[in-house]
Design a protein around this ligand. Sequence first.
Ligand SMILES: [Zn+2]
Length: 163
Amino acid sequence: MDLSAAGAALGSLKTAFDILKTMAGLRDANLVREKALELQGVIYSAQERALTSQAAQSALVKRIDDLETEITRLKAWDGEKERYELKSLGAGVFAYAPKPGMEGSEPEHKLCANCFQHREKSILQQETRHPGRVVMLVCSACHAELVIAGARTAEVSGMIRRP
Ligand SMILES: [Zn+2]
């Protein structure tokens, strides 16, 4: 991001002012015309630099706005994450769940541990694949699949026996 454009624009305006001072002392019409052309070029240059400066300023304002939004989101997350703790669902499967007394008005739920590490609150949805065989908690954000009941290996190797 070029932040020197504003300074360059001011430099051009100072040059323009110097040219005007010189012009005030000129009596020769040709010299006046020559200086007027020079002045025109300097003014164009100042205008261009002012526009560049304005664009840089707009980009900065947008960046500040984005950062403020991110700070607000992070502060909200800091408050939210304090409500949860990591829990074992057995067999090396983990998810975050509300701490006792921190459930609030929400129904019982679990959060994806992977998304939680990335400061995202993603509620795991239960799915049953091949009825009665594999019960999973699925994250719709990162597509994590946590097997909480049944054997997934049977599904993979095609060994499921129909009842
Ligand atoms: Zn996830």
